[in-house]
Ligand binder design. Structure first.
Ligand code: ADP
Ligand code: MG
Length: 591
């Protein structure tokens, strides 16, 4: 076939495919237009998962009658003037192709009126061409109705999922925008029924309650952090991180609940997701993810939003710093508020509605990193930090969530330490508590390359299975860093010459075999070093069923107080539960 230029209509459909992948992408573009138009009230309607009909109504500025037709022309926009504006986009739209794209693949009706006009204008567009136009009385603002999506592209229509799935995408999208713009009132009507409504109160917390429910919202922690000065002269401008993250007691089985906005634009960004979930490292059980709603605010010149037609991806000029700011802000709030499970909270989850509110009954309001001013030198040092540094950063000492001074009373079932503190009774799991202590000790020693290692008086010979040998080969470096000295001795035999000092008790051969078995297991997604560390810690810690002397228990509790995250073990299980004095009084009918 000879080369020829495609007819405009075909080209338009191809281009539209990039912007409009499914009904939710139409709603996204229309909602963004409404926000850009300064609306305070945005009503979204969908029928049959949006495939039959989507409508977005706003009370924004409206489109002047003589520009209504132009709005549907490709690359027509009121938001950019020159290419240089692209370098600092402050509106959600800027490509001028959404309305044109939508009109190429659906039947569109737009009604709009500005404040200056007494009569509104209605246009109907089909296959990208205006097929009807008339004056129409209407309130100020814009209503765009999109019907029969992909009616003229059967190939696309076939790829749509079930109505319920498409409806799910739309409602998720509306919740996201509601979270990004708490000051706007969003309503979503599904097949004529009100499915979601935000208050428009301007409080993010109110939207959280609407989107995730009161119980979840109450377990969310306020994050306010970032770095840099708002108006840096000649230097770096600020990166602000604001939003809510779930306390470690609340988690979900997938990453869907990680929501990020950059200058209030919803984005999908792996590095932000990673930064936030990494902050929960050792606080959540493996395979579980936090709920995160965070907005990263920075100078628009610092971020390129023109990466993809859907505007869902962004590029940061200082990616590492953005990463570090998010990670630190989240880490900080978690360390500051790392909550203590209470007996009351357990009863509550066990279905006792009358139980007292738990310690995390109220969202915590603590200021995160950067809420305060700091000396210039310190700032400069921080700016140089790489993402890796940020990962390695532990909580600074003055921020430690101090455990109250605890007085050890005794041991229960050779498993739990009973202790008394100012707030009532504490039950401490001796194994998980010791795991936390050892985990932080190993991490610190390893960073200093000074893990306490103990030479065995006589080397121990180990007979390893092929699986254990493979695990050994893969993790040898990590194990050496942790204080092991192991060398091959021919065939399946290995010589163990030294072990981490902490491991030096009980049956060492058996412990090493178990550690290797664990390391041989399916990848849990952790870094190799981390996996080895957690496994060694677990096998070095005192077991349940071990009798401890008062002295040993006091020691353990003191050491636990020194850790930066005393309330969970490295696997994310609690180290202690708390029975408050009030709770005791209530249980005994003293109140
Ligand atoms: P973009 O948003 O990238 O500018 P669109 O194709 O989405 O491109 O919209 C084209 C133009 O139509 C916008 O620049 C804006 O001027 C106008 N417009 C679209 N929707 C609305 C709305 N809801 N209210 C006011 N103006 C609108
Ligand atoms: Mg737009």
């Amino acid at each position: 076939m000879p080369i020829k230029v495609l007819p405009a209509e075909v080209a338009a459909k191809i281009a539209a495919g990039e912007v409009v992948g499914r009904p939710a992408s139409v709603v996204k573009e229309l909602v963004e237009n409404a926000i850009d138009a300064g609306a305070t009230e945005i009503k979204i309607e969908m029928r049959q998962g949006g495939i039959r009909l989507m409508r977005v109504m706003d009370n924004g500025c409206g489109i002047p009658s003589d520009e209504v037709g132009l709005a549907f022309a490709r690359h027509s926009t009121s938001k950019l003037e020159s290419a240089s504006d692209l370098a600092r986009v402050s509106t959600l739209g800027f490509r001028g192709e959404a309305l044109a794209s939508i009109a190429a693949v659906a039947q569109v009706t737009l009604v709009s009126r500005t404040a200056q006009e007494s009569l509104g204008t209605q246009v109907k567009v089909e296959n990208g061409a205006i097929v009807g136009r008339e004056g129409k009385g209407c309130p100020q603002g814009t209503v765009v109705t999109v019907e029969n999506l992909f009616y003229n592209i059967p190939a696309r229509l076939k790829f749509l999922r079930r109505e319920a799935t498409e409806a799910g995408h739309i409602s998720q999208l509306v919740s996201r925008y509601a979270l990004a713009y708490p000051e706007l009132r969003f309503s979503l009507l599904t097949n004529g029924r009100l499915a979601f409504q935000s208050t428009g109160s301007g409080k993010l917390y109110d939207v959280l309650v609407k989107v995730y429910g009161l119980e979840a919202a109450q377990q969310m922690l306020l994050v306010e952090g970032g770095s840099g000065e708002p108006r840096a002269e000649g230097g770096k401008t600020a990166i602000r991180v604001h939003g809510y993250v779930s306390s470690p007691s609340l988690h979900r089985s997938n990453r869907q609940y990680l929501t990020f906005f950059v200058n209030r634009r919803w984005v999908q960004d792996r590095s932000l997701s990673y930064a936030a979930s990494e902050a929960y490292h050792t606080l959540l059980p493996t395979g579980r993810y936090p709920i995160v709603v965070l907005n990263v605010d920075l100078d628009p010149a610092e971020v390129d939003v023109n990466v993809h037609p859907t505007k869902r991806e962004v590029r940061f000029r200082r990616g590492n710093e953005v990463f570090a700011a998010v990670q630190k802000a989240v880490r900080r709030i978690l360390a500051e508020s790392s909550p203590l499970p209470t007996v009351a909270s357990r009863l509550q989850t066990a279905g006792s509605p009358s139980a007292a509110p738990s310690v995390w009954g109220q969202p915590r309001r603590l200021t995160g990193v950067g809420g305060e001013r700091r000396p210039v030198g310190q700032l400069a040092m921080e700016v140089q930090r790489t993402a890796e540094d940020a990962l390695a950063t532990t909580v600074t000492p003055q921020l430690r969530p101090k455990l109250p001074m605890l007085r050890v009373l005794g041991q229960l079932g050779q498993t739990y330490i009973i202790a008394e503190g100012p707030g009532g009774m504490y039950l401490i799991d001796q194994h998980t508590a010791h795991e936390r202590v050892l985990y932080e000790r190993f991490t610190a020693e390893r960073a200093r390359k000074a893990v306490a290692s103990q030479q065995l008086l006589t080397p121990l010979t180990l007979e390893l299975t092929p699986r254990q040998q493979a695990a050994m080969a893969e993790h040898l470096e990590a194990l050496t860093e942790l204080g092991f000295e192991i060398e091959p001795f021919g065939g399946e035999t290995y010589l163990l010459r030294a072990v981490p000092a902490a491991l030096e008790r009980g049956d060492i051969g058996q412990a090493v075999a178990e550690i290797l078995d664990e390391l041989a297991e399916e990848d849990s997604g952790e870094a190799r070093e981390e996996k080895a560390l957690i496994s060694v810690v677990c096998h070095s810690a005192v077991r349940a069923g071990q009798t401890l002397s008062m002295e040993e228990m006091r020691d353990l509790v003191r050491q636990l107080e020194e850790t930066s995250l005393p309330h969970t073990c490295p696997h994310g299980r609690p180290t202690m539960i708390h029975l408050s004095a009030e709770q005791l009084a209530r249980e005994f009918g003293r109140r």
